[in-house]
Design a protein around this ligand. Structure first.
Ligand SMILES: [Zn+2]
Length: 565
């Protein structure tokens, strides 16, 4: 039995026509249910009533974890290639409904054997989507958090070499925008990981350079460290005890290794390569290495929740007294960057989780520093009870996506625990050794998620400074290709992100293509332009200007970029 479980704001379906001969009788009215956990269920050969009942009991556990009250069982054959016969499946479906009712759960189900039109709005929280698999002889099947498509067993491996399909999503969804603008794709062989296309990578680089410029001005240094590290490192950091289930573990020469889920432990090893004095602090260290986290990543998350991510990550090493000034500096940086994007955001302070390192007094001290720093910037915050990391309380900033779901971007954490585990010290004013504290921070958070947020925020129409391609050069006819190439070279040399559309084709179709890609400008060149050494500029909103000197256009793009417009 394969189950895909979704915690939904609503599900709406309408039986259209019978899919199989043995379909049960059903009304064809549309049905809508709200605040419901939906179990998309495929019954497989060999499934028993015991397994069906077990699946319901497991679902009940999630209902209570999620605070949900209602269950919908939705027969969904597409989760398996090894389906039970309809005559066997229907009684199992009834068993599930019966068991759920016996457990006191308000339960409904959709009809079996029908093609249904269906719409669902899944809540965005980490447990909103899960998949589980049950088979005989394995009655205590572990919850699986993989993509449902991975559950399909296909005999020809080549059939797995395909792109994920986002065809049915709304226009405002970043996955649809990303596909239209040719920014990235997801391939089913690397679930929850992004294939960045050229344009997407350009957008990425613009953001990375933006934050790197800020860091350079503020005196940060930047490191790059191995992605793979021996479990000894994760045992010292505590990740082995507190975070192992989210790590990709492998063995090498008989020892266990893991891909790093965070940069902190390796940055701390760097800190230990030499001695530091209070005069060296705060020491600001940036790192843009790739991280791997085996977190729940579902079909509905796209760039918002991925297994391979890169943060604009930094660790700032400070004296305990100096921590507050560091937090202030980071909040200023955050507010300055947010003002460019004009985001609406919500600040939260996440407190000590049940599973934590360190004493209550230390957590109180660190949490108070965060609270007073946030308040001093005139910001309001909500308390996120027990939502801190295992080593530190944190300031979190959430931004809403096009569906109104909240996603965390910025995080600022004041950590007294990991530095102690690693024995990080500095020489104080008294000439003695003192413990160093660490502030972990990412302003954009994961660049993947941040790009998803930006695409929805701007509805794909990125401002000129962010656009991966700022201008397309189009010759009016084949005679002007040489001149068009000359203009293109000049733009590229002067740092404008430009491309040429030099193939044959009508001007109108080329202008339309460029506009569909939301490229801010099309530069058209014909006989008049070539004779005068100019270009005709069309904006993506249809505004036209003739006789523009290429150097003036370059200046215009530079000026807009410097103002983040
Ligand atoms: Zn960190």
């Amino acid at each position: 039995m394969k189950i895909l479980q979704m915690h939904a704001d609503f599900i709406e379906y309408k039986p259209i026509k019978k899919e199989i001969r043995d379909a049960e009788e059903a009304k064809t009215d549309a049905v809508r249910e709200e605040e419901v956990v939906v179990l998309f269920t495929a019954f497989e050969r060999g499934d028993t009533p015991e397994l069906a009942a077990k699946a319901v009991r497991d679902a009940k556990e999630f209902l209570s974890k999620l605070g949900a009250k209602r269950l919908m069982i939705y027969p969904f054959a597409h989760l398996s290639q090894d389906l039970a016969k309809p005559a066997d499946a229907l009684p199992l479906l009834e068993t599930m409904v019966g068991e759920a009712k016996a457990q006191g759960i308000e339960t409904m189900r959709s009809p079996f054997g029908w093609n249904k039109a269906m719409q669902i709005k899944v809540k965005g929280h980490p447990l909103a989507e899960m998949s589980r698999s049950y088979s005989e002889g394995q009655p205590t099947a572990q919850p699986r958090t993989q993509e449902p498509k991975q559950a399909q067993r296909e005999s020809d491996p080549r059939s797995r070499l395909k792109k994920s399909d986002f065809g049915s999503l709304p226009e405002t969804d970043h996955r649809v925008i990303g596909e239209r603008l040719d920014l990235f794709s997801f391939q089913e062989t690397s679930p929850g990981m992004v294939y960045w296309h050229d344009k997407g990578l350009k957008l990425w680089r613009v953001l990375e350079e933006m934050i790197r410029k800020e860091e350079t001005k503020a005196g940060y240094v930047e490191l790059s460290m191995p992605l793979l590290a021996n479990s000894a490192l994760w045992k010292v950091s505590g990740h082995w005890d507190f975070y192992k289930e989210n790590m990709f573990v492998t063995s090498l020469g008989g020892e266990e290794f893991a891909l790093k889920p965070m940069n902190c432990p390796s940055t701390m090893l760097y800190y230990k390569t030499r001695k530091w004095s209070f005069r060296d602090l705060p020491l600001r260290i940036a790192c843009f290495d790739a991280l791997h986290r085996n977190e729940l990543s579902g079909v509905a998350s796209g760039l918002f929740r991925v297994k391979m991510l890169t943060q604009d990550d930094a660790h700032i090493f400070a004296t305990r007294e100096g921590a507050r000034a560091v937090i202030d500096e980071l909040l200023d940086l955050m507010l300055r960057l947010y003002s460019i994007f004009k985001f609406d955001f919500e600040v939260g302070i996440s407190t000590m989780p049940d599973d934590h390192a360190g004493t209550l007094e230390e957590w109180d001290e660190a949490t108070e520093v965060l609270k007073s720093a946030v308040t001093s910037k005139g910001l309001k915050y909500a308390i996120k009870e027990k939502d801190g990391t295992f080593y530190a309380p944190k300031i979190d900033v959430d931004i809403k996506d096009s569906l109104g779901r909240k996603w965390q971007i910025t995080t600022i954490q004041l950590d007294l625990q990991l530095p102690r585990r690693f024995g990080l010290v500095h020489t104080g004013t008294d000439g003695k050794e003192h413990e160093t504290v660490t502030v972990h921070r990412a302003i954009f958070g994961s660049l993947e998620r941040f790009i998803g947020i930006l695409l929805e925020h701007y509805k794909g129409k990125l401002p000129v400074w962010l656009s991966p391609v700022q201008a397309t050069v189009v010759p009016l006819s084949d005679e002007h290709v040489v001149y068009a190439k000359k203009i293109l070279s000049k733009l590229l040399e002067d740092g404008v992100r430009a491309q040429g559309d030099l193939a044959s084709g009508t001007l109108n179709s080329k202008v339309r293509n460029s506009q569909l890609l939301k490229i801010p400008y099309v530069l058209v060149v014909g006989a008049k332009e070539e004779a005068a050494g100019t270009v005709a500029v069309r904006s993506r909103d249809g505004e036209q200007r003739f006789g523009v000197k290429p150097e003036d256009f370059v200046e215009e793009v530079r000026a807009l970029s410097s103002r983040f417009e």
